[in-house]
Design a protein around this ligand. Structure first.
Ligand SMILES: Cc1cc2nc3c(=O)[nH]c(=O)nc-3n(C[C@H](O)[C@H](O)[C@H](O)COP(=O)(O)OP(=O)(O)OC[C@H]3O[C@@H](n4cnc5c(N)ncnc54)[C@H](O)[C@@H]3O)c2cc1C
Length: 256
């Protein structure tokens, strides 16, 4: 009950209370794919969060006068414990922050974080059916929504359309397969952009308008959440609105 209150209240508090930087302890590092790791962070100060929100992380970078910050979505559910958050980070080659977080952080380290932020959120009160569309690490906040619904025990139909290079690069690939088997309300369609032979994928190309047009009637979605590279997000958003979904029902998060 206390945790549910934290979730319910966090939506209000997120917009009113100024957030401070805090030191979080890295309690676990989980290898998700060859380029992505989950960092499990224990927060000292937590007001809860809503599924889909993100935290900022900042680190010192040699040659820079101030720490450099980046946004990372929370992949875990706020239930049962919103004071522990999982962030799923993909190594962007040549990047200032993500290669350090992926390759140089170990359990026991401390990281400076601030949050939660963002309006790209879903709870059972938003209803469904819900179409979730993610590419690469864009699946992270969508996974928070799925994991939250499991913890909450609600059963709004959700379909995840998820683009990865191949199954090896599909973040949470095994877990998503197990969850889709365990829960009737969840279906997953993979598309692999660099592997056309894998039968676990329904499609083998980038997400496009035709794919969206094929899937939308199957789930009869009332709401959609799209997350990932800006061009994919814009393409899917346009497709959904073109297919008759109200623009207010299409929520987007662009990983610029
Ligand atoms: C709301 C939100 C949530 C996000 N959530 C996640 C998440 O859950 N997981 C995740 O992995 N990412 C997420 N991101 C993306 C993340 O914030 C970073 O943008 C990403 O990790 C890259 O940061 P970086 O510091 O490693 O790379 P950057 O230093 O920002 O560099 C990005 C790219 O630009 C190139 N580049 C940089 N400077 C130049 C230059 N001068 N000329 C040419 N090229 C250049 C780099 O080589 C690199 O390829 C999110 C973004 C947003 C906005």
């Amino acid at each position: 009950m206390a945790s549910e209150m934290a979730v319910a209240l966090s939506g209000r508090r997120n917009f009113s209370k100024p957030k401070n930087w805090q030191m979080a302890s890295v309690s676990e590092v989980i290898i998700e794919t060859p380029e992505t790791k989950t960092l499990r962070l224990a927060l000292v100060d937590s007001d809860g969060f809503l599924p889909g929100q993100y935290y900022n992380i900042r680190i010192p970078v040699e040659g820079r006068p101030r720490p450099i910050q980046r946004a990372y979505s929370i992949g875990s559910s706020p239930l049962p414990d919103a004071s522990v958050i999982d962030v799923g980070i993909r190594d962007t080659p040549g990047g200032l922050v993500s290669p350090v977080l992926v390759h140089q952080v170990s359990p026991g380290d401390q990281l400076e974080v601030r949050g939660p932020y963002g309006n790209f959120t879903w709870t059972e009160r938003d209803g469904g059916p819900v179409l979730l569309v993610g590419a690469g690490s864009g699946v992270v906040p969508l996974m928070s929504m799925i994991r939250y619904q499991i913890q909450k025990g609600s059963s709004q139909p959700m379909h995840l359309l998820f683009s990865s290079k191949s199954y090896e690069f599909a973040i949470y690939g095994d877990e998503l397969g197990e969850l889709a088997t365990a829960y009737d309300w969840l279906t997953v369609s993979h598309t692999f952009t660099r592997d056309s032979a894998d039968e676990r994928a329904r499609f083998s190309r980038r997400i496009d308008k035709e794919m969206v047009a094929e899937i939308l009637p199957e789930i009869n979605a009332r709401l959609s959440y799209i997350c990932g590279p800006p061009e994919m997000v814009e393409c899917v958003e346009q497709a959904l609105v073109g297919l008759g979904m109200h623009p207010d029902s299409v929520k987007t998060e662009k990983y610029d």
